[in-house]
Design a protein around this ligand. Structure first.
Ligand code: 5GP
Ligand code: MG
Ligand code: MG
Length: 183
């Protein structure tokens, strides 16, 4: 880990302008789709904090915002689908329209669990908006209503995504140099 985080980036995958442009498109679609009843946006901490704040500001509706933090038990970098709630919603979602805001969907197991958990609380609808989706996600049956970008199966950081809690504040999505995690 360097003091200058940019030095650890192999290459920029999505620059700031590209991300913001895509978020504006997603926000416009969300505003259309929810015009009759604005959703509660549920950001999944910590990774989705940046996506949430930028996406929310592109939606011209009176949306509410709340947050959950979950931790996925698993060995190393693979998630197991067994999830623990670290911070729950402060909002009663029964009869509400809910839109989960995620940073990235990899195996999709965390999201699958989260969807089941929120659906058990009796909302009117639960859907998902994710900035990034990796190829493996296609193999689980989750319908992600709004996807920013389908990306290759590489470990990415920035724009909320971390490696060992670093790099979240990079304004772009980049691929981390292997030398940072292999030595
Ligand atoms: P899933 O259950 O979909 O496999 O896990 C998704 C979670 O794994 C994401 O919320 C994120 O925390 C982590 N994750 C998956 N792929 C990446 C990646 O390329 N970079 C980073 N920083 N985290 C990732
Ligand atoms: Mg996430
Ligand atoms: Mg992480």
């Amino acid at each position: 880990m360097s003091v200058n985080p940019h030095q650890d980036v192999e290459r920029v995958l999505l620059d700031e302008e590209t991300i913001h442009e895509r978020l504006r498109e997603m926000g416009a679609r969300i505003a259309e789709d929810y015009a009759d009843e604005p959703p509660l946006l549920v950001g999944v901490l910590k990774g989705a904090a940046i996506v949430m704040s930028d996406l929310a500001r592109t939606i011209d509706l009176d949306v509410d915002m709340d947050w959950m933090a979950v931790s996925s038990y698993g060995s190393g970098t693979k998630s197991s689908g067994v999830v623990r709630i670290l911070k729950d919603l402060g909002t009663d979602i029964s009869d509400r329209r809910v839109l989960i805001v995620e940073d990235i969907i990899d195996s999709g197991l965390t999201l699958k669990w989260l969807l089941a958990n929120l659906r058990s609380r009796g909302p009117k609808s639960v859907d998902v908006a994710a900035l990034l989706r990796k190829p493996e996600a296609a193999r689980v049956e989750i319908d992600v209503k709004y996807v920013g970008f389908d990306i290759p199966n590489e470990f990415v950081i920035g724009y909320g995504l971390d490696y060992d809690e670093s790099y979240r504040n990079l304004p772009y999505v980049g691929v981390l140099k292997r030398s940072v995690y292999e030595d």
